[in-house]
Each structure stands twice: as structure tokens, then as C-alpha cells.
Write a protein that binds this ligand. Structure first.
Ligand SMILES: [Fe+2]
Ligand SMILES: [Fe+2]
Length: 291
């Protein structure tokens, strides 16, 4: 199975509508005008639909932060962009997609991005991201994806995520229920290791880490949020192989990952926008351990 991991596409449409103003959104817009506007370019994204077609991609995993301040116009731009891809997709929200209390209360992200269910016969299909903060998707024979929503609205200066007690309970339930000899890919917006900026970290990350340690078949953990591409094999520490897609619009390090999953292992190719084209800049192969 050939998978694209892409995250933090940050479609941005500043508003001057006073009805949409709140302190948090004003801070977000100021941040965009002062900094992010010059860091970001969506130009590299335009060629992705053709490229993914050429690469024969089966599935696109979208790791959150599709918008900047959760405005409907931003969600529409993101939706229009992803509608260009014929592949199936799984979306999770990032902190920018539930940016204000109102946008989360109105389930605005989920009004635009509801995942197609792909394990209809399985009891875990009961879970839904908007209601439980977790979804379980069957990817192919022997492979599952657990998608998480750990992005609550935050205070003015914070970009924290929260691994809440209820998501922890449901995740443990899902990990226990899935066959021990089948493999699991966990998709979350936030990394579970300590972030160098405490206002950007996932609260209760140590609880998520401790839970993953107990389930060796959870062998892949995909995240975004940091805007820094990374491949880290933490399996010697009884943790998953970690892939950070980075950010496909942030200059000069615009990145995403192509993952070839098979029964024996996986191959990860990091793509970088360089010289006006996407080029493989990092490639790693991993063998799975016996389960
Ligand atoms: Fe982001
Ligand atoms: Fe984020």
C-alpha cells in the first residue's frame, strides 16, 4: 500500500468581518501578517494532484492544521484543494482547525471533513472523531489506522494539544480490541515527545507514550504540528517508528512523506520542494519485528 503523509497545509484567508473577530483570531491573523505570510507559499502544492497520480498513491493521510484560524473560507479552500485528489483520504484536525471555542462547538472542521468509514463490519467502527476523538480504519489486510483528535481550543498564546482522559480510555480500548498479530498506524497532529516550546506541546503526552509502549503492534506513529520533517526509529525504546511530515508550504523546507507499507516492512521517502520541483531528499527502509 502506498500512502502519502501530509500535514499543516494552513490555508489562510484573513477576514475583516467584525462578527468573526475574537482575541484569539486577531492574534492568529497578526501572526500571519507579520511572520507566516512571508514563510509560506502554496505554489508547491499545485502540482501534487498530478504527482500523486503518477506515483500511484493509494491513500492520503492528512495530519491536521488545514487552516490558520478555522474560518469557513479557509475550510472551503482546503476542501477544494483535497477534492482534486482521487485517492481515499483520512483527515484529522490540528490546533488551527479548532482554533476558537465557537469553531469547535460548531464542529466546523467536521462539517467539511468527515472520514469515510472503512471497517463497517468491525465493532470499533462505533468510534467517531467528532464524538469520541478517535476513529479506527482498516487500511488493508493486517493493517489498521487509529486516527486521533487531540486538538482542543486553546488560550490566546497557546498551541497545546490535549490527550484527554476519554481519548486515552477509548484508545486503550481500541488497542486492546485489535488483533495482536496485526499492525497499527497511529495518526495524530501532535508528537508525543517533549516539545522545546512548552506552549506547543501535547498535554499528557507521557500518558500516550506509556500506552503505546504496551502495544508493540502499534508500530508507526505519524504526526505533524512541528513543521519540521523527521524520521525517528524509537523501536529500541519499545516505541513506534515516528514520522513527522513537516510542512509542504513552509519555505525553505517544504516537505511531506511517501510511505510504502508491506508485510515485511516499510520504505519512507521524504519529499522536499527544491528548484521548483518535488524531489526525494531522504529515504529510509525499516523491517518489522515479529509480533
Ligand atoms: Fe501547523
Ligand atoms: Fe499545529
Amino acid at each position: 500500500m502506498r500512502i502519502v503523509q501530509i500535514s499543516d497545509v494552513h490555508f489562510t484567508r484573513p477576514t475583516w468581518n467584525p462578527l468573526r473577530f475574537c482575541a484569539k483570531r486577531l492574534a492568529g491573523m497578526a501572526n500571519w501578517f507579520l511572520f507566516r505570510r512571508s514563510w509560506y507559499s502554496h505554489e508547491p502544492m499545485q502540482v501534487l494532484p498530478d504527482l500523486f497520480q503518477k506515483l500511484k498513491v493509494d491513500l492520503i493521510l492528512v495530519g491536521g492544521d488545514l487552516t490558520s484560524t478555522s474560518l469557513p473560507k479557509e475550510f472551503i479552500a482546503a476542501k477544494d484543494f483535497f477534492n482534486q485528489f482521487s485517492q481515499s483520504k483520512i483527515f484529522i484536525p490540528g490546533n488551527h482547525d479548532q482554533y476558537t471555542r465557537r469553531s469547535q462547538r460548531n464542529l466546523r472542521f467536521y462539517r467539511f471533513f468527515q472520514n469515510q468509514r472503512r471497517a463497517l463490519e468491525h465493532p470499533l467502527n462505533f468510534f467517531s472523531l467528532p464524538e469520541h476523538g478517535i476513529e479506527v480504519h482498516r487500511l488493508q489486510k493486517g493493517w489498521w489506522c487509529i486516527a486521533l483528535d487531540t486538538a482542543p481550543p486553546t488560550s490566546l498564546t497557546s498551541s497545546n494539544g490535549l490527550f484527554s482522559a476519554s481519548v486515552e480510555k477509548y484508545l486503550e480500548e481500541a488497542l486492546r480490541a485489535l488483533p495482536k498479530n496485526e499492525r497499527i498506524l497511529v495518526l495524530n497532529h501532535f508528537p508525543f515527545f517533549e516539545n522545546d516550546q512548552s506552549l506547543h506541546r501535547l498535554i499528557n503526552a507521557e500518558r500516550l507514550r506509556a500506552l503505546l509502549e504496551k502495544f508493540p503492534n502499534a508500530c508507526l506513529y505519524l504526526h505533524g504540528h512541528t513543521h519540521r520533517h523527521m524520521i525517528a526509529d524509537l523501536r529500541p525504546n519499545n516505541l513506534p517508528l515516528i514520522l513527522d511530515a513537516g510542512c509542504p508550504i513552509q519555505k525553505p523546507q517544504s516537505t511531506w512523506n511517501l510511505i510504502d507499507l508491506n508485510e515485511e516492512g516499510c520504505e519512507v521517502s521524504g519529499y522536499l520542494w527544491n528548484d521548483r520541483s518535488w524531489q526525494v531528499f531522504k529515504q529510509s527502509s525499516f523491517q518489522w519485528r515479529e509480533l
